[in-house]
Design a protein around this ligand. Structure first.
Ligand SMILES: Nc1ncnc2c1ncn2[C@@H]1O[C@H](COP(=O)(O)OP(=O)(O)OP(=O)(O)O)[C@@H](O)[C@H]1O
Length: 278
């Protein structure tokens, strides 16, 4: 199963401790939202899960196996921008995900394999709401459609783990709400464990099964970078959100028990959960 286990992980850059003593057990099919102040090391943590960076100390395993030394098809990733290739069509971007998985060195499929890959990619594009846009180029798509494409490209290789680094941060609220619905649908339908970095607390609680805050407990300039951020809060979202069991759509007029955790009071004001978003 695609459980993630992080044990006593530390990361330094240039003699400065960025992350310290990170311990985290993520259940298979969880949707973990990571929040915390700007610069506390959320992206660094995600990059370690992707094998773009290595911990200086500690270990990370997925499904009880040490992380591969390089990023691979087992972990998909979507960034806030620039996740897709501008010179490839929408279809080409998604087919590439399959080509890189099947032929990592050559990155090309031919003949019937290519046709099968194209059919699969068309199915994936339909699943993210991009049917009919196959021959367009990313620049011809809106921001929301580009992120749908990035999700399709990441998911086509059937990763066990999906890593999201503020994937919806640049989208307008209406578009963001639509893509949240899509994101939940994709998570319910596929055997994925998701780790998402976000500055948006409301997004964290409306998508996640669990919200984790990173924070530096000591943050004095005189510390000289001796202390990094660590996990200071770990909330299970209530009512429980369970992969594969979508909640019924909300009734419009009456606030119900399936509403997300209300973001008022001490939680909303908790400095550990404040990013630098307005
Ligand atoms: N490759 C690198 N070399 C040196 N320092 C780095 C490197 N990558 C990140 N840092 C530093 O590590 C710290 C944490 O950066 P990171 O991007 O992980 O934070 P973050 O919490 O994701 O920030 P934000 O919310 O603003 O995206 C920052 O001070 C950053 O400058």
């Amino acid at each position: 199963m695609n459980a993630i286990s992080v044990k006593d992980v530390w990361k330094e850059y240039d003699g400065r401790v960025i992350l310290e003593n990170i311990n985290l057990e993520i259940a298979p099919r969880a949707f973990v939202a990571l929040v915390g102040p700007s610069g506390c090391g959320k992206t660094t943590f995600l990059r370690m899960l992707l094998s773009e960076e290595r911990p200086d100390r500690g270990s990370i395993t997925i499904a009880r196996q040490p992380l591969p030394a390089e990023p691979g098809a087992d972990r998909g990733v979507v960034f806030q921008r620039y996740s897709v290739f501008p010179h490839l069509t929408v279809l080409g971007n998604v087919v590439l995900g399959l080509e890189l998985k099947a032929a990592p060195l050559l990155g090309r499929l031919f003949g019937s394999s290519r046709r099968a890959a194209e059919d699969e990619a068309r199915g994936m594009l339909a699943a993210v709401g991009l049917a009919g846009s196959e021959e367009k180029y990313p620049a011809q798509l809106s921001g929301g459609m580009q992120q749908r494409l990035a999700l399709a490209q990441a998911l086509i290789a059937k990763p066990k783990v999906l890593l999201l680094d503020e994937p919806f941060g640049a989208l307008d609220p209406g578009i963001r709400a639509e893509i949240h619905v899509l994101m939940q649908k994709l998570w319910h339908e596929r055997p994925l464990t998701v780790v998402m970095v976000t500055h948006d607390l409301s997004e964290a609680f409306s998508l996640g099964t669990r919200v984790i805050a990173f924070e530096r407990r000591r943050n004095e300039p005189s510390d000289g970078g001796r202390y990094g951020a660590t996990i200071t809060r770990d909330f299970a979202v209530w009512p429980k959100r369970i992969a594969g069991e979508p909640r019924p759509p909300k009734k419009k007029s009456m606030p119900g028990r399936d509403d997300p955790v209300p973001l008022t009071g001490p939680l909303r004001d908790d400095p550990a959960l404040q990013g630098d978003a307005p």
